[in-house]
Structures are given as structure tokens and as C-alpha cells.
Design a protein around this ligand. Structure first.
Ligand SMILES: Cc1cc2nc3c(=O)[nH]c(=O)nc-3n(C[C@H](O)[C@H](O)[C@H](O)COP(=O)(O)OP(=O)(O)OC[C@H]3O[C@@H](n4cnc5c(N)ncnc54)[C@H](O)[C@@H]3O)c2cc1C
Ligand code: SF4
Length: 324
């Protein structure tokens, strides 16, 4: 671990103040629970001049009911999310995904916003300074080439946040604020397929809240495959919501994480719905997953293994939800 560089800590009291601070201070970074950001600082991956600590912003710490859903403040901790009555009743998928994130103590401070904005991960990046230096660094940080895809021009590090696919299944939107004003966009439009530049945020833009809608009449579940069952990032994480029974499928929503540089909101599932769902349907589902995921050599587990796991787990997950 590196010695931490010198930096200034700024403590705003409102989201607007935080965004103003970020616009005035050039090289600043937001910190929520710090459970990912601090290890990255210690590894020399983050060297901001100023750290904007979001923990004092009360308006970002609550869960509120909206017309047909919830507004979840970005600074709500994962433990708060898991224990909230509103979540238990109609959004158990979010709690199910949150419960798989890191360890019990991390979840006391780790936040929803930090998880949604989580940096992408790679076996060549999440390493100490001397390790990265001995490899001549890489495209994502101070280097010239990507060790995962040496002929490529972009970083292929994997987005590995567990909440995003579950939020996407709930039709999530995100409220963002910057010195220029506020905007609300679909969560899936927050991301792009570039591991070094995976968030489509304006400079200094802050995630203030996530908006989710109820899923009436759906059965939901989250499945995560990881090397260490106790505490580990997903090799593949899959969230699904199914409306239907037995072999009849009315509607299907699927989100995936750990396979691409952004969380994947599976497209084309509507074509599989509206009738009976048999082996042909499962094969078509596998095809959609196969086409839209791009696991790379960014983890110690081989990419073809992660691909197989994604296909099998999505088939099993949707099958189980239909049956029960
Ligand atoms: C041992 C260990 C195991 C872990 N396992 C998992 C796991 O299985 N699954 C998983 O998903 N994560 C895992 N994590 C990562 C991390 O703990 C979680 O993702 C956590 O939810 C991050 O939230 P945080 O509040 O601590 O974010 P921080 O570390 O504070 O921030 C993370 C990133 O988000 C940015 N950010 C934070 N809040 C905002 C905001 N409101 N607006 C804009 N940008 C923001 C920060 O600048 C930073 O880049 C693990 C971490 C550790 C140490
Ligand atoms: S995918 Fe390539 S550029 Fe990105 S972190 Fe890994 S080695 Fe570096």
C-alpha cells in the first residue's frame, strides 16, 4: 500500500454545495462510504487534490415514497437499504442484491451511490503501484496498452457493482446535479462500454438519488457467481423479473453485471414474451445473453467460463422464477 498523497477534505452540507465545490476545485473526487475509493487511493490509483466527503449531506440519506415507487438517496447505506420496510415489501430484489455486496461491516458505510458509480475492475489495475509499474502500467492508468486486449484502443475492465442490474430491472432513473443544474436520466444511460471512462457524468456531476418503480405481479431474484462465497465481486451477477406462470411468459426483464465495462440491461426480451415459453424460448434467451455480454480476461477466471456461467445462470434463474 502506498502512503496517501496530500489532499484537502471538503465537507458540503447540500448536494448543490457539493456540486459547486466540484466545479471550483479542478481535480476533486467525491467520496461516499469510501469502501472502494479509499483502497484505490492507497494503491495510488486516485490522486485527487481535494476529496469531497458526501457523508454530511442529509438530503441524500433518505428513502421516500413516490407515486408508484421510491426515491432512494445516493448516500443511503447498503445496510439501510436492506433493512428498510419499503424495500422489504415491494423491492426485495434490491435488498437481495445489496446483501451480496462486500462484507457486513462494509455495508454499514458503503452507499447506493458509491455502488452505482463504482470504478471498473481488472486484474491488471486493482494492484499495487510496484506491481502495475513492473507491467509498464496499462491504458487505464499511465500506460500505453491494454494487457487484456493489446490490439484494442479502449479499456475492457469490468463493471462489477451488484446493485445496478437489480435497479435496472426496476426501471431505475438517476437524479444528477452539477453547477449547471439538475437532470434525470435512465440509469442505463449513465454508463458506456469503456472501462476507463464508464460513467457519462459531466465534470463534477453528482448522483443525488435513484428513482425506482414497483413491479406489479412480477417474481424477482438476483443470482451472483463469485470465487469466494463470503466476500467477493461478481464474476457474473444476474437480476431477473418474470411475469408469468409455468410455461406462459408475459414479461421478462434481465440485468447483468460483471461481464462488460457497463451493467447490461438485456435488450430484446419483449420478443420472447406473450405466449408459451419452452426450450425454444430458453435458447433464444441464451442467444440474447451470448450476444450482449463481453467477458474479457480482466479477472483471474477465464472469460469463456464467465460466458458459460452467464448463459446457464440466466436460463436457470428465469426457469425457476417461472416455475415458482
Ligand atoms: C473487500 C471488498 C469487497 C467488495 N465486494 C463488493 C461486491 O461484492 N460487490 C460490489 O458491488 N462492490 C463490492 N465492493 C466495493 C464497495 O464496497 C461497494 O461497491 C460500495 O457500495 C461502494 O460504495 P461507497 O459508498 O463505499 O463508495 P465510495 O468508495 O465512496 O465511492 C466509489 C466511487 O463512486 C464515486 N461516488 C460515490 N458516491 C457518488 C455520488 N453520489 N455521485 C457521484 N460519484 C459518486 C466515488 O467518487 C468513487 O469513484 C467491495 C469492497 C471491498 C473492500
Ligand atoms: S482492461 Fe486493459 S486497460 Fe483496462 S485496466 Fe485492464 S489492462 Fe488496463
Amino acid at each position: 500500500m502506498e502512503v496517501l498523497p496530500d489532499f484537502e477534505i471538503l465537507c458540503p452540507n447540500s448536494a448543490e454545495e457539493a456540486a459547486q465545490m466540484a466545479s471550483k476545485k479542478g481535480e476533486s473526487r467525491y467520496m461516499a462510504g469510501g469502501t472502494d475509493f479509499m483502497p484505490n487511493m492507497r494503491r495510488g490509483l486516485e490522486k485527487p487534490k481535494a476529496v469531497i466527503d458526501l457523508s454530511g449531506i442529509g438530503e441524500m440519506q433518505s428513502i421516500e415514497k413516490t407515486g408508484n415507487g421510491l426515491r432512494i438517496g445516493a448516500s443511503v447505506t447498503l445496510q439501510q437499504l436492506i433493512s428498510a420496510d419499503e424495500i422489504k415489501s415491494d423491492f426485495s430484489l434490491l435488498a437481495e442484491a445489496a446483501e451480496t455486496i462486500a462484507g457486513t461491516t462494509h455495508r454499514q458505510t458503503a452507499t447506493v451511490g458509491g455502488n452505482v458509480c463504482l470504478d471498473t475492475r481488472c486484474q491488471f489495475y486493482n494492484q499495487s503501484e510496484w506491481w502495475r509499474k513492473s507491467n509498464d502500467y496499462c491504458l487505464k492508468y499511465e500506460g500505453e496498452i491494454c494487457h487484456v486486449a493489446p490490439t484494442g484502443k479502449i479499456c475492457r475492465a469490468a463493471f462489477s457493482g451488484d446493485l445496478a442490474p437489480a435497479l435496472m430491472v426496476h426501471g431505475a432513473k438517476v437524479e444528477l446535479t452539477s453547477a449547471k443544474g439538475t437532470r434525470t436520466i435512465d440509469l442505463k444511460d449513465l454508463y458506456q462500454e469503456d472501462g476507463a471512462d464508464y460513467l457519462l457524468l459531466e465534470p463534477g456531476e453528482l448522483l443525488v438519488a435513484v428513482l425506482v418503480e414497483k413491479l406489479e405481479g412480477y417474481k424477482t431474484a438476483y443470482r451472483k457467481v463469485r470465487v469466494r462465497g463470503g466476500v467477493d465481486f461478481p464474476l457474473v451477477g444476474i437480476a431477473a423479473a418474470v411475469k408469468g406462470n409455468g410455461t406462459q411468459l408475459e414479461d421478462l426483464r434481465v440485468g447483468l453485471t460483471g461481464t462488460n465495462s457497463k451493467p447490461v440491461s438485456l435488450e430484446g426480451t419483449a420478443d420472447l414474451c406473450g405466449g408459451s415459453f419452452d426450450e425454444t424460448g430458453f435458447k433464444a434467451l441464451e442467444k440474447l445473453v451470448q450476444k450482449q455480454i463481453q467477458p474479457m480476461r480482466s479477472t483471474f477466471s477465464p472469460s469463456h467460463y464467465r460466458r458459460k456461467v452467464a448463459l446457464n445462470v440466466s436460463r436457470r434463474l428465469v426457469g425457476n422464477l417461472l416455475e415458482n
